[in-house]
Write a protein that binds this ligand. Structure first.
Ligand SMILES: Cc1cc2nc3c(=O)[nH]c(=O)nc-3n(C[C@H](O)[C@H](O)[C@H](O)COP(=O)(O)O)c2cc1C
Length: 208
């Protein structure tokens, strides 16, 4: 599959089959993540691969608590609600977490937590673009993972609705790091419909 096909066909999956994911494929996904660009090649990411049942049960109880309390941390990313028509179960419209069903999480075969390390050498007051470089690098590594998963016949999801501090604690992630996302990976149980995109001209200006 070429890169354009992977980009175009990738979808957010929220339903996975129970077919186990081969370790070699997870390694290929992690290697793709490693080749993402980062400021001065500082590679500010840490990837925690969660497959064991014990830790998964613990993680799920944290995630479920987040859903119930609506205690959401947005990790510095502004969150965009799902596009109209997207198949999301609205469980509780009072809370932002209510816009996503989390029930699928108990069937996710592999979760990869992505933690970013802020660069302590970057002075306060510097423009946000520089200060936030580690988050952008983590985002680039995540997109590499999603595309690699797609190319390997796997489904994936960029998941952010969780209480970052509790998840970091459960996964033994350095408190100084920032939990950017949990990437869910598995063989798809179905093909999600495309939520579509705005026409290109709505987002592009050409000068010259
Ligand atoms: C920063 C970010 C956070 C997201 N958080 C969630 C999430 O917590 N739960 C979820 O189901 N999808 C989440 N998504 C997936 C989006 O809902 C999805 O990418 C979007 O609706 C477009 O659908 P597509 O990925 O199939 O093209 C997130 C995506 C991004 C980029």
């Amino acid at each position: 599959m070429d890169v354009f096909e992977a980009i175009r066909s990738r979808r957010s999956h929220r339903s996975f089959s129970d077919k186990p994911v081969e370790t070699e494929k997870i390694d290929q996904i992690l290697e793709a993540a490693q080749w993402a660009p980062s400021p001065a090649n500082n590679q500010p990411w840490e990837f925690v691969v969660v497959t064991g049942d014990g830790i998964r049960v613990k993680l799920l109880s944290i995630l479920d608590r987040t859903r119930q309390t609506g205690s959401i941390e947005l990790h510095g990313f502004s969150y965009v609600r799902p596009a109209p028509g997207e198949l999301i179960e609205k469980t509780n419209t009072e809370s932002p977490a209510g816009h996503y069903s989390l029930s699928f999480l108990k069937n996710v075969p592999v979760m990869i937590a992505v933690a970013g390390e802020p660069d302590p050498s970057i002075r306060q007051g510097l423009i946000d673009r520089v200060k936030d470089g580690y988050k952008y690098a983590c985002a680039a590594s995540i997109q590499n993972m999603l595309l690699a998963a797609q190319a390997l016949g796997l489904g994936s999801l960029w998941f952010t609705f969780f209480d970052g501090e509790s998840v970091k604690d459960a996964l033994n992630i350095d408190p100084a790091k920032h939990l950017v996302a949990i990437i869910c990976v598995g063989y798809p149980a179905s093909t999600p419909p495309s939520p579509g995109r705005l026409p290109l001209q709505a987002k592009v200006r050409r000068i010259g």
